[in-house]
Design a protein around this ligand. Structure first.
Ligand code: M6R
Length: 364
């Protein structure tokens, strides 16, 4: 049932404040600022390496998870696209564990990667949305996302719930490994507790985003740029847009611009920049200047402070609420989902069932 919404995707985008709250409540104690003693098949204090593997949007959640686990828990993470992982014959090191990410829990390549790790005898965990799925059953333990059924082919609420779990695991792993103090952890839990409210604020930008999307529906190619945890989000923005609007889109780490993609920039090429004002904001500004100098159109997604620190011609801004740096990718997922959604609606594509795609990819 779509309720008052035109599409399941729209409904699922709007459900995010609620489902993220439910998901986080499984792992965190907002009252005390602590982490709940949830069951985990992975002993974060003991392992030297974590293998993460998944497909599509779930893979991109894992990529953000890698940044967090390495930064806050000093835990080395290897991450692969599952279709590569399963065949590349990598050595599994001792004292390691594996974590798989899947909304459906039925993705063929992810399941094959899981079995490869199982064969190697290491502990297996999965972040899954469907609790009675094959991936859930074959894991030693699961971290369930409480997103509820996701019907739209484009993953939205499952993605932000996956990120919420990765953020919680980074805190848990940081405490277990002694890289975070109780105070650090409490501050991070506080940041996460703000996420549902910040997403509600971001949803208020919908009509502004819709206006920008109408113009986007007239172009053939779009580039997304971001740094640090906003880099995987740039990849996710491009995936979402191409999936449902059929506009060719690519995501790049902003620092890679001059290593190739800058050659594409002209006045027909909109560049969407994901840049909250954070410790590397200035670096991204200099990449934007390079785009502007070549006549590129910039759509900057930032906050008040970020907007006031950029003065460029030919720029449109989407002004987000100020978000704590740690949780920024969860909140900044909203404008990229809405941008893809409204672009597809403006183009009249089948948003919930885009051509050539299946919700669950059970064959390789
Ligand atoms: O069910 P899974 O999370 O394992 O699915 C993985 C991908 O097929 C999925 O995320 C796909 O990329 C989405 N359509 C993206 O919106």
């Amino acid at each position: 049932d779509k309720g008052n919404h035109r599409h399941f995707m729209e409904k699922e985008i709007h459900e995010q404040p609620e489902v993220i709250s439910h998901t986080l409540a499984n792992y965190l104690d907002f009252a005390t600022g602590g982490v709940k003693l949830f069951e985990t098949p992975i002993d974060f204090a003991k392992i030297d390496r974590l293998y993460i593997s998944a497909c599509g949007t779930a893979y991109l959640a894992g990529l953000i998870g890698k940044y967090w686990l390495e930064r806050y828990a000093r835990l080395p993470v290897d991450i692969d696209i599952a279709s590569e992982f399963r065949y590349r014959e990598l050595p599994i090191v001792p004292n390691s564990a594996a974590l798989f990410v899947s909304q459906s829990g039925e993705t063929a390549d992810t399941l094959a990667s899981l079995r490869y790790c199982k064969n190697a005898g290491i502990p297996i965990a999965a972040i899954v949305n469907v609790r009675d799925s094959t991936i859930a059953r074959e894991s030693n333990g699961i971290f369930p996302t409480l997103a509820g059924p996701e019907i739209g082919v484009a993953s939205t609420k499952a993605f932000t719930c996956q990120l919420s779990i990765f953020a919680s695991l980074a805190i848990r792993a940081g405490l277990d490994r002694g890289t975070l103090t109780r105070e650090d952890a409490a501050a991070m839990v506080r940041s996460l507790s703000e996420v549902p409210g910040l997403i509600r604020d971001a949803l208020k930008l919908e009509s502004r985003i819709e206006a920008i999307a109408r113009k986007l529906s007239e172009v053939r190619h779009v580039l997304y740029l971001g740094r640090d945890t906003n880099y995987p989000l740039a990849l996710e923005g491009a995936l979402k847009l191409k999936e449902i609007s059929y506009i060719h889109a690519e995501g790049y780490a902003a620092g890679e611009l001059k290593h190739g993609p800058i050659a594409l920039i002209d006045k027909h090429m909109p560049v969407i920049v994901l840049a909250p004002s954070d410790r590397i904001f200035e670096k991204t500004v200099s990449n934007m200047q390079e785009v502007a100098a070549r006549g590129g159109r910039i759509i900057l997604i930032t906050d008040e402070e970020g907007a006031s620190r950029t003065s460029l011609d030919n720029i449109e801004t989407i002004i987000m609420p100020k978000v704590p740096e740690f949780v920024a990718p969860i909140v900044y997922a909203l404008p990229i989902q809405l941008l893809a959604y409204h672009t597809a609606v403006a183009m009249g594509t089948d948003v919930d069932q885009p051509r050539n795609l299946a919700k669950s990819v059970t064959v390789e």
